[in-house]
Design a protein around this ligand. Structure first.
Ligand code: ADP
Ligand code: MG
Ligand code: MG
Length: 862
């Protein structure tokens, strides 16, 4: 019942039903929260009465009463969203304490230190969460008190210390709010509930939802739960644990605990927590019970659990369980091992790994053979490596990132207010906090490298620097971090390309067994083709020939071809290009032996190959002023004229694609010849090759008829000349709405079709991508006119409809025709799901995204 009770509430209820020790309580539903917002942030009618009834029930169950000095009922008020948002929303502990009940609590328990510790925590949390008083105001008082007593840790302070702290806390509350700290428990309760509802709309929750694409209208539940206490002494404690290692996936209990502590002391980095294994030694019975409970919960939920618990006087209490967040590496290992352990099926395993997260594994890491000098070592909190400029401030990190800098965010620890800086950073380095600290959890979720608790670095914010022994690293100096090993390195380091682990291979094999849609890669070089093949590509969906034209040594020849004044001159240039292109195709076709290779003929506007007109005219002026060589000036002026004559108002809609083939057939003829000569050579050498010649940007079948004839004629010539017979296909890309609408006619003359969805999105929306993304697309998304950037996530509603129409009509004409997609959408999971739904034959994406596409295609099937 997560939708209604929120994740935390539903799981607390579930754990109670299983019979686990959970402190009693009740949950106010997300419905109430939604109504709260509909009514302009007011409690829905009848809610308070229901809460009062439940509180009465709780009082009866526990034999304690709100506000009773002899045995006060204390509760926690905990937020609980439908989709967990760790640390984003607010929780208040020890609610129900006031000046009277704290005395009763101290007396009845005989533990005054504990009672006053609870009260000061309550004022602090309530002050922060409900009364919006900044955290550091309270922290300052605490620091002063510790300083005064010359102690290092909170738990070393005495009851008298806490009493002094409480007086000062109450003073802060009075000063900040103009009112006394509320003493009436019911009033405390309603204010806290109000604050939890309100926290759904706080800035950091809103940002978190935006990053993780969580809908804004789900609302949060509120859990009111009797308190149990981990801060009563050394037979008490609190901790968090994962049932498996969330970083590597290894099947071991993994977590941290602190004795004599409460709530988020563990994750807040106040004292350095102990590893959970230590609990086995300190409280063996409790540990055994805890370990059994972990196994039980894992088997029950059939997934790795992230568990919060508290021990009160040697008694274990479960406070939360949820499916644990994990790195991609861990997700894969856990999914594969759970299949092997018989807990889940292969199909379920496929759905357990978020394809977008796989990106992490397909990233670079530090070259193990590189000579690096490790200057410090912290905890390996989130894998992957990154280099960047040291930045201590989240705002600055964001700004520098926008200016194109790579930065590493460095701090003692991070807080939810640093989220935007973490998004902007390449990696995160903290000097405090464990594997479950805020920085670690958030970085793992984002797939960013993170090194935590690196105590060797001493941060000096005032001077914007940190030191390691006598090494000084200043703001904006470059460092590298390795989140898989915890290493910190000065300067930039050489990185290497990723490989697939055995578990990853296994999972992808399962994905291949399950999926029905093919996965190809976009590759322009033999090296990319080989990489794609290694990652499991079943062919090439797009080879862009223009990239080969851009190579520095070829550009002058390409320019000669473009600038030629007559056919002969152009033929000369083309003759020079021919062997080069043949070499390119030879390499790619060979690397993809046995698999189809779709090669697109020249596509971009020609001026992309020519010098920039403005730069050229500056050069000419300079030459003239300095009395440069006449002949050179003349040549440059000629060039400028030509460049100007080729410049277009809207190059994207200009002289490009097959329009070039129509006006300059000899260019396409040369490319076709290069493809076929390479093919003939390879066939002669005994290779099994499958070239597909693709004609871009058609609007009408007649273009295709004309150019197909040209290509076929060249093929016949090459067969004659070489005496080799070979097979090939000729097809087209659908990139404009007209072609999509006329797909049946186009299919009649095509052996295959691919959707070029980058251009199809541009032409269907009438947005030029380069102009849109920088200027007007962000406000379109902010104002929710478009829900996503359509250049990243396929616009199903519009572009998708064109595709669907095209697929249906093309297949009516030619049922068996292969229809694929290339362009960025081919590697994006949401778009891949759509491609599967409309029955595409394959998706094609960059080599590094091939594993992602294989998995996403299988998920679309499941
Ligand atoms: P979050 O959603 O940020 O994890 P929680 O509501 O889980 O916030 O509360 C944070 C911590 O507060 C818990 O991990 C637990 O240690 C402590 N806590 C919450 N409720 C109780 C309770 N009833 N008794 C003791 N500790 C509690
Ligand atoms: Mg919290
Ligand atoms: Mg929690």
């Amino acid at each position: 019942m997560k939708g209604l009770l929120g994740g935390k509430g539903a799981n607390l209820a579930e754990m109670t039903n299983i019979g686990l020790p959970v402190p009693p309580g009740f949950t106010i539903t997300t419905e109430a929260c939604k109504e709260f917002y509909l009514a302009g942030r007011q409690f829905p009618a009848g809610m308070e009465q229901e809460v009062d009834e439940k509180v009465a029930w709780l009082e009866q169950t526990l034999g304690k009463k709100f506000g009773d000095p002899n045995g006060p009922l204390l509760v926690s008020v905990r937020s609980g969203a439908v989709i967990s948002m760790p640390g984003m929303m607010d929780t208040v502990l020890n609610l129900g304490l006031n000046d009277q009940t704290v005395i009763g609590l101290a007396a009845s328990s005989g533990n005054a230190r504990w009672a006053y510790d609870c009260y000061r925590r309550f004022i602090q949390m309530f002050g922060n969460v409900v009364l919006n008083i900044e955290h550091h105001k309270f922290e300052g008082v605490l620091e002063d008190q510790k300083h005064k007593r010359n102690v290092q840790f909170d738990n070393q302070l005495t009851a008298e210390d806490w009493q002094e702290v409480i007086e000062q806390y109450k003073y802060i509350v009075r000063k900040e709010t103009g009112k006394d700290f509320p003493q009436e428990p019911r009033e405390q309760l309603y204010q806290a509930i109000y604050a939890v509802f309100n926290s759904w709309e706080n800035d950091r929750a809103i940002i978190y939802r935006k990053i993780h694409k969580i809908p804004d209208d789900l609302g949060t539940a509120v859990n009111v739960q009797a308190m149990v206490f981990g801060n009563m002494g050394d037979d008490c404690g609190t901790g968090v644990a994962f049932t498996r290692n969330p970083s590597t996936g290894e099947k071991v209990l993994y977590g941290e605990f602190l004795t004599n502590a409460q709530g988020e002391d563990v994750v807040a980095g106040i004292r350095t927590p102990q590893p959970i294994a230590q609990l086995a030694e300190e409280m063996p019975d409790v540990y055994q019970q805890f370990a059994r409970t972990c196994t039980l919960l894992e088997n029950h939920y059939k997934d790795m659990q992230d568990i919060e618990f508290t021990i009160e006087r040697n008694k274990l209490w479960m406070l939360q369980t949820r499916n644990g967040k994990r790195t991609a590496q861990a997700a894969i290992r856990i999914a594969v091992e759970m299949v092997q352990e018989g807990i889940i099926t292969k199909e379920t395993a496929i759905t357990r790994v978020d394809p977008a997260q796989l990106d992490q594994l397909l990233h670079r890491r530090i070259d193990p053979n590189a000579k690096i000098e490790v200057v410090a070592k912290g905890l390996p909190a989130s894998p992957g490596s990154a280099s960047g400029e040291v930045v201590f401030d989240a705002d600055l990190a964001e700004m520098l990132n926008e200016q194109g800098h790579k930065v590493i965010l460095v701090g003692t620890e991070t807080t939810p207010d640093d989220i935007h800086g973490m998004v902007a950073a390449q990696g995160i380095l903290t000097s405090r906090g464990g594997m479950t600290s805020h920085a670690a959890v958030v970085a793992r979720g984002m797939g960013k490298p993170c090194v935590c608790g690196c105590e060797a670095i001493k941060i000096d914010l005032e001077n914007k620097q940190f030191t390691i022994g006598n090494i000084v690293v200043k703001d904006r100096d470059v460092i590298s971090i390795d989140g898989s090993t915890g290493q910190v390195i000065l300067g930039e380091v050489p990185m290497i390309e990723p490989e697939l682990s055995d578990e990853f291979q296994t999972l992808l094999q399962w994905a291949d067994e399950i999926r029905t849609m093919g996965v190809r890669a976009n590759a322009d070089t033999p090296e990319d083709a080989a990489k794609a093949r290694e990652f499991g590509a079943e062919g090439i969906g797009l080879t862009r020939t223009e990239h080969m034209f851009m190579a520095l040594d070829r550009l002058p020849i390409v320019q000669k071809m473009i600038l030629a004044t007559d056919i002969e001159e152009r033929a000369e240039a083309l003759a020079e290009l021919l062997p080069m292109q043949e070499g390119d195709f030879y390499g790619i076709l060979k690397a993809m032996e046995g698999l189809p290779v779709c090669i697109r003929l020249l596509d971009p506007p020609l001026h992309e190959f020519l010098p920039n007109a403005e730069e050229l005219s500056v050069e000419i002026t300079k030459l003239k002023l300095t009395g440069g060589d006449e002949a050179e000036i003349k040549h440059k002026e000629e060039l400028l004229r030509k460049v100007r004559s080729l410049s277009e108002f809207n190059p994207m809609l200009g002289h490009r694609g097959c329009r070039l083939g129509i006006t300059w057939p000899e260019v396409y003829a040369m490319q076709a010849r290069a493809i076929f000569q390479a093919t003939a050579r390879l066939v002669k050498e005994g290779y099994d090759v499958h070239p597909e010649v693709e004609i871009p940007l058609v609007i009408d079948v007649k273009e295709l008829v004309y150019l197909r004839e040209l290509v076929e004629k060249v093929a016949e010539e090459v067969k004659q000349e070489t005496g080799v017979d070979f097979h090939y296909g000729v097809g087209t890309m659908i990139e404009v709405p007209r072609a999509a609408l006329l797909a049946d006619e186009i299919a009649s003359k095509s052996d295959f079709i691919t959707f070029g969805t980058n251009d199809l999105t541009q032409t269907a929306l009438g947005f030029s991508r380069d102009d849109a993304e920088g200027k007007f697309l962000p406000p379109y998304i902010e104002k929710k006119i478009l829900s996503e950037n359509p250049f990243i996530v396929l616009d199903r509603k519009g572009v998708g409809k064109l595709m669907q129409w095209a697929v249906e009509h093309a297949r009516q004409e030619k049922p068996e025709i292969s229809i694929g997609i290339c362009g960025e959408h081919g590697g994006e999971p949401n778009s891949i799901e759509f491609c599967h739904a409309i029955g595409l034959t394959f998706v094609s994406c960059s080599p590094y995204r091939v594993p992602i596409a294989r998995l996403a295609a299988a998920q679309a099937q499941v």
